[in-house]
Design a protein around this ligand. Structure first.
Ligand code: ZN
Length: 355
């Protein structure tokens, strides 16, 4: 899509289309948006393309080293955004992913026009990303255990939840229930609900929540993995409903953005508000896990939950209760190591150390 970009910055965050400046016509808007993207990228990129500037600590970092660390800043541990296919390659058993519901494509029932017609933005984004919408979903294996896996890709309209994302998540949850398998979803959704679809987007919050409630009644096991950023309607529904909720370090997670909150409550918000670390401290998420440990940690959780019985449907609420008690008594640090909460002299934890 970009034509003036000398150095393509793979992990650079893409600005929200919804914030494009108002202008005379769509083409001028698009050019302005692209210029702005290019300018912000140029600031982060050095001409030789081997160095980039970390958006969090501001330091110059060696790009191959960042890639080697799975797109994590080697200096401050900031986790850059990655695409859905990259996530699939990092977290699932190699070659195990089989995409489902790939034919679902968004419509434009409201014929919505903001600064640009929704239809045009969809077509442009589909062309740029090769995706039909923001969610990729399918069956896979993790540590040889069959799972249903989904990811929202923030390159596609900020990973916002429109009717296709909501529908795919629901179908994924229902498939996991039918197959008796754990459901794993990695959220990267800075856009929240996709307002171009109005109420059809908002109703996905209730729809995905209802599907998860039914899956829970069946004794299913949902691991929700939050990445930078997970905001708005995604966080206000399915993403916050995991049996286990983990987050990558320093991820922006919340509902409304800090400026909106500040204006609404008319007071200052606490330091570090809406970060993984703040949410862990306040009991909103269960654990923070570094990207390089995410696969191992997820497999350990699934194995602990599923045990030696691969049919989750036969597990039911009894095992779920045992699991929740174990989780409540266990602390997990960002390196994916677990230990039991100090209670009576610090006996060995249920979870073994991951080293
Ligand atoms: Zn950094």
């Amino acid at each position: 899509m970009s034509t003036q970009e000398p150095n393509e910055a793979a992990p650079a965050p893409v600005p929200a289309d919804a914030t494009a400046p108002p202008g005379a016509d769509a083409l001028a808007d698009q050019a302005r948006t692209e210029n702005r993207v290019d300018a912000s990228r140029r600031r982060r990129d050095m001409p030789d393309n081997l160095w980039m500037q970390c958006t969090d600590c501001g330091k110059l970092i060696y790009r191959p080293r960042v890639q080697e660390k799975l797109y994590v800043c080697p200096d401050c541990n900031f986790h850059f955004e990655i695409s859905g296919p990259e996530r699939i390659a990092m977290i699932l058993d190699p070659g195990s992913f089989q995409e489902h519901f790939a034919g679902l494509s968004p419509l434009d029932p409201l014929e919505f026009v903001a600064q640009k017609p929704y239809r045009d933005r969809l077509l442009a984004t589909q062309k740029r990303t090769g995706l039909k919408d923001a969610c990729i979903l399918g069956t896979a294996q993790m540590g040889s255990i069959p799972v249903v896996f989904g990811v929202s890709d923030s390159r596609f309209l900020r990973g916002s939840m429109g009717s296709v994302v909501g529908e795919k998540i629901c179908r994924g949850i229902e498939l996991a229930g039918e197959l008796g398998q754990p459901f794993i979803f990695v959220s990267g959704s800075g856009g929240g609900a996709r307002m171009d679809e109005g109420i059809l987007s908002l109703m996905q919050m209730a729809k995905t929540s209802a599907a998860l409630a039914e899956y829970d009644r069946q004794g299913g096991f949902f691991v929700s993995i939050l990445t930078n950023p997970t905001m708005g309607g995604a966080m206000a529904s399915f993403a916050a409903l995991g049996d286990v909720i983990m987050a990558e370090p320093k991820a922006l997670i919340g509902f409304a953005g800090p400026n909106v909150i500040r204006q609404t409550i008319k007071s200052e918000i606490p330091e570090g508000f809406q970060t993984s670390e703040f949410l862990l401290e306040h009991g909103f998420i269960d654990m923070i896990v570094n990207r390089e440990d995410l696969r191992t940690m997820t497999i350990r959780l699934i194995k602990y939950f599923v045990g030696d019985c691969p049919e989750a449907r036969s597990l039911g609420q009894g095992r779920k209760r045992v699991f929740r008690e174990w989780l409540a008594s266990t602390q997990v640090d960002a390196a994916g190591a677990t230990r039991s909460q100090p209670s009576n002299g610090g006996s060995a934890g249920v979870g073994a150390r991951n080293s």
